[in-house]
Write a protein that binds this ligand. Sequence first.
Ligand code: RAM
Length: 331
Amino acid sequence: MSIFRKLLATAAIAAVMFAGPANAESTKIALVVKSLGNGFFDAANKGAQEAAKELGDVEVIYTGPTAATAEGQIEIVNSLIAQNVNAIAISANDPDALVPVLKKAMDRGITVISWDSGVAPEGRQMHLNPSDTDLIGETIIKLAADYLPEGGDVAILSASSTATNQNAWIEAAKKVLPEKFPKINLVATVYGDDDSVKSTNEAKGLIASHPDLKAIIAPTTVGVVAAAQVVTDQNLIGKVNVTGLALPSEFKQFIDNGASQAVALWNPIDLGYSAVYLAHGIATGKAKAEPGARLSIGKVGEVTLDDTNSAAMAPPFQFDKSNIEEFSKIY
Ligand code: RAM
């Protein structure tokens, strides 16, 4: 064998050795969600896996606590640090409680981003919002107001009381109420913790303590289903309109039966895809998270980071009788 051929053969063996087992060289990205068993996050995971496939060298680890608590997520992040993952993309149950453990992750060289529900700037390199926060805040009120020409009492059924995203949307909603929706009277805000049982009980409580309630606004895919089920079970269809942010596949039945006139949401598959795309870009050094940076989110487009290194993906869509059937087949 000539020296040249020998060298080629050696190179081939080396290449095989370096390729190693399928995942040896892949970028490990953990998609940490608020809690498992939530259809919204399962849809995001679908997009995350799509991004992994497209990027080719990525393994997505889909994980989260059983209940939507910061404590559960802290435990998970500690174990991801021990596993030496390359990146963590988290939808946080609390903006501050996770900062120390995420700082520890970053100190170890792990890329950390938040998406969906943010972490305070010192605990992550960037944050991806699904849509503009003020726009979501106004949208959830408008969804109720559109069907209340005379105005009236409405209440909010949220997720957990520390959820960064819901709290920001509620704050934005309260800001636009007096000027843009003067006839809408917000009588209460309660928290169902993205838990079906607690959300059901909170919805029942709202109805019992506010006899003139005209709408329940639930800016959570878990809460909105629970509230619509309560309205259905208590024969309140036509009396209390349920609205908010809903996954069409879970919510179609309540548009069909009239418990809700309309709801909204962004594409959760695109959101999970974008989170992985961004985490991968930063972890591999292809993208840099800094104010003003324009970062690619692959087939979804691109985002521009603001001065807090936050960006928004896309505006929400509205779903009603005319289109929920079509969207319910996608997510
Ligand atoms: C729930 C979660 C999630 C939120 C959606 C709208 O699934 O609270 O964080 O973005 O609702």
